[in-house]
Design a protein around this ligand. Structure first.
Ligand code: NAG
Ligand code: NAG
Ligand code: NAG
Ligand code: NAG
Ligand code: NAG
Ligand code: NAG
Ligand code: NAG
Length: 334
């Protein structure tokens, strides 16, 4: 079956509900459950166009505002009110956000405990970075933290061998951390097996103490487009929606968490011509005016973009089935 069961179910149900509305009016006492009873969201933004094929999701374009040369713009970028931070495997440079001027650098160097940073996010003066030992085996991950003012390393949360390589983390509007543990179809140097298989890549929601409380996988078409690499960046927009990237394509994907099942809903793709996947960070310090930051590994630049936002809540429930009364039961085997 080409579709995930969760997505197909939501699809069928939405069309069935439309057909059933007149029946509901006629049948007093017939219990019909609607996941949403009033319009809450532009249909274009709630996943209703994705039918399992690449390109069926909503399509948008971002525009580049500026590109700033930054030696560390290789893995990702973080941004706060006054600064942005370019991030490489084991180095972080803090820049004046207005001028791009390099102000401070943290440098771990080869052979230190920091092996492969993938990006970062600044929250209350702390830069939180997803870290892994990519491409070593066995795969390990940690969250590493720096003081954003001084760029001193201050804390670490090691996961050890767990779910894959942590490639991004961010906090949603409620202050809950999310992230992705990535796995790869690529066979790393000196290995004979793929590095975890891309299909095993998981979006996770963290609870207190970085314990994982919920997790999802990606639609076939989406992880297929990441392969042999994986989901590389992720950031919550000022609209509350989750935006992610692959490792290479000039695209940002808009996701929502499903109301049922464990496969995320691919809502939209934003074309971002001047970056090729990798770490991204929304500048949420300017509300809905904020830019999306990314990096160009090819030109070692930080790229500031304007990207369209969604106009509804990112957790708008997806319709999950309906209840049918006697006389209107459906044949489950049809
Ligand atoms: C995005 O840009 C492409 C190429 O310029 C264009 O064909 C397309 O219509 C644009 N899409 C939107 C939604 O503006
Ligand atoms: C960034 O640089 C500009 C120009 O030198 C300066 O006016 C501004 O105060 C700097 N920003 C910060 C946060 O230091
Ligand atoms: C950073 O990590 C990537 C992937 O492991 C590797 O290809 C690259 O050479 C590393 N860069 C440095 C400066 O070590
Ligand atoms: C960062 O360092 C400054 C200067 O030492 C200190 O005042 C501040 O509390 C530190 N912040 C964090 C989050 O550690
Ligand atoms: C934030 O919390 C509110 C209240 O508990 C909940 O309704 C909402 O779904 C949460 N938002 C997210 C993004 O989890
Ligand atoms: C966004 O920009 C508009 C126009 O410049 C301004 O009026 C508004 O206050 C800004 N909003 C935020 C949240 O900064
Ligand atoms: C998308 O949202 C619209 C408007 O609320 C709703 O009519 C439609 O059923 C939703 N589609 C899905 C698949 O959730």
């Amino acid at each position: 079956m080409p579709f995930s069961s969760g997505r197909e179910f939501a699809w069928k149900s939405a069309s069935q509900i439309k057909m059933l509305q007149p029946l509901a009016l006629l049948s007093a006492g017939l219990a019909l459950a609607y996941a949403q009873s009033s319009p809450q969201c532009n249909a274009a933004t709630n996943g209703s166009t994705f039918d399992g094929t690449v390109g069926s999701e909503q399509q948008y374009n971002a525009t580049t505002v500026r590109s700033i040369k930054a030696a560390d713009a290789v893995q990702g970028v973080a941004v706060d009110k006054d600064y942005f931070y370019s991030i490489d495997n084991f180095s972080i440079t803090k820049h004046n956000k207005t001028t791009g001027e390099s102000l401070l650098q943290w440098f771990g160097g080869k052979g230190g405990p920091i092996i492969h940073l993938d990006g970062g996010v600044v929250i209350d003066g702390i830069i939180y970075c997803p870290h892994s030992n990519y491409p070593q085996t066995p795969i390990t991950s940690s969250v590493e933290m720096w003081n954003a003012t001084t760029l001193e390393h201050i804390e670490s949360h090691p996961f050890g061998i767990y779910r894959g390589s942590l490639t991004w983390i961010d906090q949603d509007a409620n202050g809950t951390f999310w992230g992705t543990f990535a796995n790869y179809d690529r066979v790393q140097h000196g290995q004979t097996q793929p590095y975890g298989l891309t299909i095993n890549t998981q979006l996770v929601q963290f609870g207190p103490d970085w314990s994982v409380t919920r997790s999802w996988i990606f639609p076939d078409a989406l992880w297929g487009s990441f392969s042999p690499m994986s989901n590389s960046g992720g950031s919550f927009g000022p609209d509350g929606w989750l935006y992610i990237t692959g490792h290479d394509d000039p695209a940002v994907y808009v996701l929502k968490v499903p109301s049922a099942g464990d496969i995320v809903v691919w809502v939209a793709t934003i074309s971002v011509p001047d970056i090729g996947g990798q770490g991204i960070a929304w500048d949420r310090s300017e509300g809905r005016n904020g830019s999306l930051y990314g990096i160009s590994r090819a030109s070692t630049e930080v790229v500031e973009m304007k990207a369209p936002l969604q106009d509804c809540e990112w957790n708008t429930p997806t319709v999950v089935g309906a209840v049918y009364g006697p006389g209107s039961f459906l044949d489950p085997e049809a």
